[in-house]
Design a protein around this ligand. Sequence first.
Ligand SMILES: Cc1cc2nc3c(=O)[nH]c(=O)nc-3n(C[C@H](O)[C@H](O)[C@H](O)COP(=O)(O)OP(=O)(O)OC[C@H]3O[C@@H](n4cnc5c(N)ncnc54)[C@H](O)[C@@H]3O)c2cc1C
Length: 394
Amino acid sequence: MGGLRSAEALRAGGFRGSITMLGAEPHLPYDRPPLTKQLLAGAWDEARIQLASAASLDERGIRLELGVPATSFDAATRTVVLEDGRSWHADAVVLATGAEPRWLPGTEGAAGVHVVRTIAQSIALRDALDALGGSGRVVVIGGGFIGSEVGSTAAAKGLAVTILEALEVPLGPVVGDLVGGWITELHRASGIEVRTGVSVAHVHARGPGALPAVQLASGERIEADVIVIGIGVQPATAWLADSGLSIDDGVVTDEALFAADSVAAVGDLARFRWHHAVGTDDVRIEHWEVTAQLASHAAASLLAGRRSASAVSLVPYFWSDQHGRKIQMLGRPAASDETLHVAGSVEEAKFVVVYHRGGRVTGVLGVASPRQVMLCRPHVESGAPIADAASLFA
Ligand SMILES: Cc1cc2nc3c(=O)[nH]c(=O)nc-3n(C[C@H](O)[C@H](O)[C@H](O)COP(=O)(O)OP(=O)(O)OC[C@H]3O[C@@H](n4cnc5c(N)ncnc54)[C@H](O)[C@@H]3O)c2cc1C
């Protein structure tokens, strides 16, 4: 998505030279959020999540080289080498290889054990869930957004779902303990068993006549028809090891998204310098909307040149769909920020919480409350006094 949006923005910004997109997957660029939602549910097919047709890319002179991963890059000469030995030199390069899901030791490729990052993985999980015919047990390891969405979609298929989470409060570091606790209650109200503070010692693959199983550190063994691992991702930087770029949990960029002269990084891969209302941080943000914004900014930076490029300015936004409710968040509050509950309740499965630090607004999260969340946008953007945001709901 970051690669495609960068190419499109370069064209929209007037770039007339040749553009080639190199991609490891055989598919045209596609949208990932539906992989745990509509595509996994079976409500949408593959065609619906395609982000651009071959014809429309061709019309804009964006050439595709798909199905072969890049294996190395030299930032000084801007040369990319592919696995099949071909190499590409360019005047400018956008790095947008995203992130890869983490597996637990020994689980990669194990029968009955899944992760969801690609279209192929989503379809494999959908087929495994649908093969259960509406009755069966799914264990999800990890209660983050991916695990929560998979759990919600599997529960809607009538399956018995257990989410195993190492933290005492799922999502606590991202949304705070109050909201993390409330989202956990939404799962439980929808029939999902959520077990917190549990540590997984081992995952057993499906064997002949044996279901896959999770072995907890306590010794307890939990069998399931399907096991899904959702314990987070790591930026896809292995191919950049000898690139000469600074790699530190992502490709490190400056405030204009340059990782080196004429080399920009965007999306889940990029750790960029971000000036915001209450400070400056080097951040890597795994959100769809942020990726789109970084891509258009990177294109503008490359077109302007490093000396004239401006700092990226954005208000982070993400959404998640669980149990028929939309969860939306603006800003990037720290886990230690204070929370102010301004509207709704967990009983109604509809509420709004505003985050603040030193009396200034750092974020807002709403469940089934899109209008109220967007109302707070200027307050999050400017780091307004918390009293001003609270007065919107008085
Ligand atoms: C299942 C799922 C659900 C999500 N839901 C939401 C949501 O509800 N809301 C939200 O805000 N965000 C959501 N996201 C996050 C959002 O989709 C990502 O932030 C976004 O896809 C990042 O785009 P990207 O281009 O940086 O990376 P990606 O979309 O991961 O694209 C990177 C591409 O690079 C390719 N690649 C990797 N290594 C190489 C290599 N060496 N050579 C060539 N190609 C390579 C990959 O195959 C991939 O096609 C979700 C993500 C996932 C996986």
